[in-house]
Ligand binder design. Sequence first.
Ligand code: NAG
Ligand code: NAG
Ligand code: NAG
Ligand code: NAG
Length: 685
Amino acid sequence: MGILSLLLSSILLLHFPIFAICNKQQVYIVYLGEHSGDKTHREIEDTHLSYLFSIKEKEEEARASLLYSYKNSINGFAAVLEPEEASVLSGMDEVVSMFQSHPKRWSLQTTRSWEFLGVEEGEGDGKEHRTSHDEEVSNNIDEKESLLNKAKYGKDIIVGVLDSGIWPESRSFHDGGMGPVPKSWKGICQAGDSFNSSHCNRKLIGARYYLKGYEHAYGPLNSSNDYRSPRDRDGHGTHTSSTATGRRVYDASPLGGFAKGPASGGAPLARIAMYKVCWPFKDKTLAEGDICMAEDMLAAIDDAIADGVDVISISIGTKDTLKYSDDSIAIGALHAVKRNIVVSCAAGNFGPAASTLSNTAPWIITVAASSIDRDFSSPVVLGNGITIKGGSVTPYRLKNQFYPLVYAGDVVEPHVPKNSSAGQCLPGSLSPKKTKGKIVLCFRGEGLRVGKGLEVRRAGGVGFILGNSLANGNDLSIDAHLLPGTIVAAKDATTIYNYIKSHKKAMAKLIPTEVVLNTKPAPCMASFSSRGPNALEPNIIKPDITAPGLNILAAWSEASSPTKLDFDHRRVKYNFDSGTSMATPHVAAAAALVKAIQPNWSSAAIRSALVTTASTRNNLGEPITTDAGEVANPFNYGSGHLQPTRAYDPGLVYDAPTPITFSSCAVPGTKTSIETSNARRHHHQ
Ligand SMILES: *[C@@H]1O[C@H](CO)[C@@H](O)[C@H](O)[C@H]1NC(C)=O
Ligand SMILES: *[C@@H]1O[C@H](CO)[C@@H](O)[C@H](O)[C@H]1NC(C)=O
Ligand SMILES: *[C@@H]1O[C@H](CO)[C@@H](O)[C@H](O)[C@H]1NC(C)=O
Ligand SMILES: *[C@@H]1O[C@H](CO)[C@@H](O)[C@H](O)[C@H]1NC(C)=O
């Protein structure tokens, strides 16, 4: 058998790499601009196929290569092509732009999701049940009620959300007392795994899913990891949808019972339509996350426009800088804005570095994230009597006594390299002998925040203190840890580290969480929030606005645990999460309310109203600061913090014509002047 099996295995070994090298077929998105309006869907598809017939040898092959034919508003298609075929197509006059979705990576902008290479920014799984967002913003109940009343709570407005799906049973999406579905609605409720048309109602009026691009790139969806349907396994889509439009729920209570009380989306009677475009993803290191393919997102936006949504909320971003003409969200949003649909998108979680923004197209509302005036305070008391501010929503608590305190880097197994990674409580790094019974200081950097707590628990530690790295600054991203634990700001982590290093018998106690309202100053910019300047068009200030995105509580998927870790079998109906993902639906909800009051305003007018009424001051009346305590500027927050109660009556709106095409001049001058005038206003304040 020896020779044969050797031969076979060498053939196999050779075969795979060769196959991989030969198989250079990739999905290309071919964007052709707008439809002329005189063709049926059938004729449009035939036209799209004719391009493929012209470059493929066989008709069958051409048909099989077509993933999507964009037929509604967007004219274009996505097809599997060889590079040579692609170059023939890209030379054709009608082709406005042509681009590949792979290997660019779009993902949900929660701070919890893994970065591609397992570097954090990372972790995050904040949460915060949405109390109505006006409450968070202004605390003025009268103003809020008056806005909601005027807008009839967003009654006939339809918000389309591109995300990871939705958990239809959540009480945030019940339809009790709601009127019939608006007549303008043309969408569907697409059936699939654990989801059928009965899961839609007068609240959740539409649901679809898109995964052709995903499956082409990553193979068939593994049904143990997600539902092949609009149902949300991850939790993120349920969270963003309920933030935008969740009904008022009176006893929303996440794990641990914090923040009990009424919870409501920003536009509680608006209708929701889910377009599921993000799917589970593992990188080579098997770090888990999600990915949203450009061709799938473009199909979703094309459908959303045709279905009749009024507002689109997209909590998805990318680290890659893409030209607008090669960016399927920018293209889709352009078509949406022409139909007076308002498009709110995440600025991205790639801060605090400069020029890290996603979704900077001028016709999009680019949303940054900031804190709210609520703390989940769980301080640390050191043996020397110093009390340090901390935050947590862990359901576990320690006895009110001092425990030995150690730095993770001092209690690692002998095999762990002695560098800064050693202090990060990475899986398998801690020595149970040295950790047992102690509180451990772990630094952020790589890996999931909750994963670090888990490692301390594995090694027998009784609790842990999660120290922000310098890049995390003062953001206290709270988590439902699996043991007693709290997170502290970067400078406080250094104080604790120095205390440990200078005391032989360092001790600490962790004070159980107490919810503190009306904390000041608020808002502060979140360190993770992506910053300007706008790498593509420096003349246009981006982001446009900031909204609550730190420790936001909203509905969650019951197929997922609050930490999203597989072995965590806890289930919650409401959960905290953080990210520009969470800020984006706040702005979408505010746009829905303005649209309800001013139905004839264009998308540009609504964007203007939201942006010009934003505030650059915090609740002390002082300039909004960054998480590091510096005065923030338009590269952090655009025009400032969302104030929906002012937006429906802004005094003045800058309208703008919709840009016609990408081909010659993508950026109309009027838009430029809007943005720069806003920026100037802030510089002078
Ligand atoms: C949808 O699924 C539910 C079970 O989840 C079932 O009770 C119901 O009859 C189904 N409805 C339709 C229209 O198939
Ligand atoms: C699907 O996912 C499960 C759980 O993550 C895993 O055990 C299984 O091997 C996967 N199946 C395939 C075909 O990859
Ligand atoms: C620490 O050392 C290990 C092993 O040499 C290496 O993989 C890791 O990147 C290092 N970490 C840092 C922060 O230098
Ligand atoms: C919106 O426009 C329609 C048609 O022009 C008009 O009938 C209606 O009064 C307008 N609504 C508002 C609130 O201005």
